[in-house]
Design a protein around this ligand. Structure first.
Ligand SMILES: Nc1ncnc2c1ncn2[C@@H]1O[C@H](COP(=O)(O)OP(=O)(O)O)[C@@H](O)[C@H]1O
Ligand SMILES: [Mg+2]
Length: 283
């Protein structure tokens, strides 16, 4: 029911991964192989286990069973080849941090001598700010910036170590459509220009339709992976959810609608049945 095909060598292999919290199963027998330079959307309703899966890929959470290999080695914490943008952090409007401070938080200074480190650090942060078009935000107080600007600085932070893989957890939540579109464009450009493999978590697939190479759809602890047109089908998703859901394609968006009830609500609100979908990108 899914497609694992891609044209490049694998950077990430997940084999038979399962995750239980107490006795509750959150992920069951997840199998994924992701190729170098792919843009993957990791999509699913709230509570589906998206963040848990990312944390397993980062070595922050040990799976109950199964294995993960990244760039040919078993997963481990603090891998500098993986950049991570965690789920929304709240920045106090009064925080004294500047854009440069926030972008630079990911740098580990211990490996360098102080003078060398200061020069090198400055240059590295400048480069990362450049990559996200945020040089002009270097001296701005981050607490006063818009959600989209803050998100760009967090992406710059994740890029400091020149990662080959970039994991972003719900970077579009809390952004208006225009800012979300800008963040998606930015991430797609980084993927293209730097050959970075991207896994971007979202509860709504629509803003990613134009840029995703493949989708991982997560529901009821199970995953389907493949091109959107293969995975986002009523039969595939009904099997995943374990009850009938309907996929409706309108002119500019895809909706997934639960079969049991007449009510239509956003998955992100109900965390379960019914419908999700917002504006698709028009580029
Ligand atoms: N450390 C934990 N201990 C217990 N339950 C957890 C823990 N982390 C996540 N969960 C549970 O696992 C499920 C999946 O969570 P999560 O991965 O955050 O979902 P998503 O990111 O898709 O919204 C949720 O029901 C959540 O409560
Ligand atoms: Mg989450």
């Amino acid at each position: 029911m899914t497609s694992q095909t891609f044209s490049t060598s694998p950077v990430l292999t997940v084999s038979h991964v399962g995750m239980k919290f107490l006795n509750r199963s959150v992920l069951e027998d997840i199998e994924l192989t992701i190729g170098a330079g792919e843009f993957i959307g990791l999509i699913g309703p709230n509570g589906a286990g998206k963040s848990t899966l990312l944390r397993i890929l980062l070595g922050l959470q040990k799976p109950t069973r199964g294995t993960v290999e990244i760039l040919g080695s078993p997963v481990r914490r603090g891998n500098r080849y993986i950049g991570y943008v965690p789920q929304k952090i709240h920045l106090d409007p009064a925080t004294p941090l500047s854009g440069r401070d926030l972008a630079g938080l990911g740098l580990d200074g211990h490996r360098y001598g102080i003078a060398f480190f200061n020069r090198k650090r400055h240059a590295q942060i400048d480069e990362a700010l450049e990559m996200v078009d945020a040089r002009h935000l270097a001296d701005a107080p981050v607490g006063r910036l818009s959600g989209g600007e803050q998100q760009r600085l967090l992406i710059a932070q994740a890029l400091l170590t020149h990662p080959q893989i970039l994991l972003l957890d719900e970077p579009l939540s809390n952004l208006d459509i225009k800012s979300a579109r800008e963040v998606v464009r930015l991430v797609a450009r980084i993927q293209r220009e730097h050959g970075v493999t991207v896994i971007l978590v979202a509860h709504d697939m629509n803003p990613l339709i134009d840029v995703m190479d493949r989708i991982i759809y997560l529901a009821q602890g199970r995953a389907a992976i493949g091109p959107v047109d293969v995975v986002v089908q009523s039969d595939v998703l009904s099997t995943l959810y374990g009850y009938p859901v309907e996929v409706i394609r309108t002119r500019n968006r895809i909706l997934v609608v639960g079969g049991q009830d007449s009510g239509i609500e956003d998955f992100s609100v109900t965390g379960g049945e019914h419908c999700h979908g917002t504006e698709v990108l028009s580029t």
